[in-house]
Structure formats: C-alpha cells, structure tokens
Design a protein around this ligand. Structure first.
Ligand code: FES
Length: 125
C-alpha cells in the first residue's frame, strides 16, 4: 500500500480507521471527480496524475454535493457558486466560503484500488 497523495500524512490514529474501497485508480478521470458512497459517507475522489485525494462530497459553502465539479490546474471547482479548492488538500482557494473540503486518509492497494480510511463508528453502548 502507498499514500498516493505524497504529502498528506496518514492520520496518527490510523489503526482506529476502517478502510473502504472507493474505486479503482482508473475510474477517476483527471478533469472530473469520481463519486461514491462508502461506509455511510458520500465521497469525492480527485486525481491529478498519480496524486489522489478523497474528500467528503459536501461543499462547505452551503453543504451541497460537488457532483458536476471540475478539476483544472490543481483546483476543484464547485458547480454551484464556483468555490475553488486545492485538489490535493481541499484547502479553500477562492469563492464564497472560507472553509476547506473535508479530506480523508487514503491509500492505493497493490491492485490499484483507492481505499479511504474512515473513523470507526462509536462502539460505546
Ligand atoms: S455550494 Fe459550493 S460554492 Fe456554493
């Protein structure tokens, strides 16, 4: 397994994460994010060459889905009001919000499957 984002360290509590398959690397177009719901969360996977990042499918501006977003010059643009986010980190770059996309730990398996690490559900009774 490898951290395809390169500069995003895995969560220090990675052993507390549950890993889910999101898609294969080849399913993510470079200009268009890939969307899937796994582990009860709606997610958006973005690829720039070998760099992949997985975010919540939720624009922090009004909480809308990012379906229809485009990826260009290292930025993801929300289709609703044009907020732009760094395609690797989710940091807000421009637009009507000051909040970042929620970015999740991810890894790529030896068989080129993109996996996301989500917090385990609270198991306290
Ligand atoms: S909902 Fe994304 S910019 Fe407004």
């Amino acid at each position: 397994m490898s951290d395809a984002t390169g500069d995003l360290p895995l969560d220090p509590a990675a052993e507390d994460l549950e890993w889910y398959r999101v898609c294969s690397v080849g399913e993510i177009e470079e200009e268009e994010p890939f969307f899937n719901t796994v582990g009860g969360r709606s997610l958006m996977a973005v690829r720039q060459g070998a760099r992949i990042a997985v975010f919540d499918d939720r624009c922090p501006h009004l909480g809308a889905s990012m379906i229809g977003a485009t990826v260009e010059d290292g930025q993801v643009e929300c289709p609703l009001h044009g907020a732009c986010f760094d395609a690797s980190s989710g940091s807000v770059l421009d637009g009507p919000t000051t909040q970042d996309l929620v970015c999740h730990p991810m890894r790529v398996s030896d068989s080129a499957q993109v996996e996301v690490g989500l917090s385990r559900p609270d198991r306290t009774p």
